[in-house]
Design a protein. Sequence first.
Length: 104
Amino acid sequence: MRIIQNVSRMAETFGYDMDLSVFQMSIMMTISCKNDPSKLLTQIKKIKPLLLNYTIVSDLSALSWDTYDKKLPFDEVKENFQQIISQKRMSRWLVLFLVASANA
């Protein structure tokens, strides 16, 4: 849900409406221009199963708020997005250990 809110917030900043459906192995997104709803694009993309990375989710949330609040230019948002998603992922074993420790 958080991902959908973040993406919707960013789309709204640039004058678009967005519908996003996230499935286990794919994402479906339709984006349309607020000024002319007949201008729309729908895409479905397969996604790879990846380890959860809450740091990336948190950083993308912060970027969506900065985009919305500060009206960041698209090129700056795109550059920041690339930096965020290129972060190294946590070790699968460390994540499993931390999750197991949290439940103990």
